[in-house]
Design a protein around this ligand. Sequence first.
Ligand SMILES: [Zn+2]
Length: 326
Amino acid sequence: MSTVDTVRGPVPLDQLGQTLIHEHLIMISAEFEKFYPEFAWSLPREEVVDKVVTALQEVRDRGITTILDCTAFFHGRDMDFVKEVNDRVDMNVIVSSGIYTFDYLPYHLSYRKGDPVEKDMLTRMFVRDITIGVGDSEVKAQSIKVATDREGITENIERILRAAACASGQTGVPITVHTHPADKLGPQIQKIFAEYGADLTKVVVGHSGDSSDLDYLRSLMDAGSMAGFDRMGLYMAGTASMDERLDTIATLCGEGYADRIGLSHDAVLYSDWGPPGVAAKRFPTWVPTHVSDVILPALRERGVTDADIDTMTVSAPAALFDGIHR
Ligand SMILES: [Zn+2]
């Protein structure tokens, strides 16, 4: 049986159980934290740890036993914090490599392109996280997170997508790509991934559920990838409402796509991005228990079978980690 490395060590795939495919325990910039700690921490660090432990325990109490944390480089990874939280909550936490930017790269990356793609600094960073571990944490990343947004596939983004595909091909870990579905760039992203060595069945086209365009969603899944319905609870203006998302998922399950659908919230349990409480006020449903408490019961009401719910929450997420090279 294949295993996946988690913060607390390797876990057999058939023991992962109910899995959320895209969450964030913490996003805190290392430089911000180092030089401006009073701005980075809105509460004393120990209190933040306590709060995140409580929030994660509430998720665990719903029967969720695994979380894929999609926090990448530039996104504010803090492995000490993640380990401390995971010590107190009995859950499998899988962490990510990758880079989170919609275009910009700092000089230490823009001047170190490397050619061919195997030698690119980005590829080497991703492979390092996966084969050696993130920093000195001794925790191996088992996923690569990259992003495209309104800026489109710029030169820098294309470089990043190629590096992610190359590192994924070398190591067998899945890729999650943040997308802006209104621009329908999924197929173009898939094309780059496939060309540079990624297996499209190990790709999650993130935030696809913001769209209700069934033809677009089917095209991503027909190419083998998982469509991320991974912002459940975060119903931003201009994106699909909760009811639209539920209808879309129910329709796709009826068509046999359950094994290509991933559910999650993209919840962020602590972030230095803004004053605390603002996002919670704006999006009261954006909590990491929303899938368990609201979405799964509502899908059952729409006729989605327990078998399909099991596929979306247990077997499809586990399959993403099948075949990681050891
Ligand atoms: Zn995210």
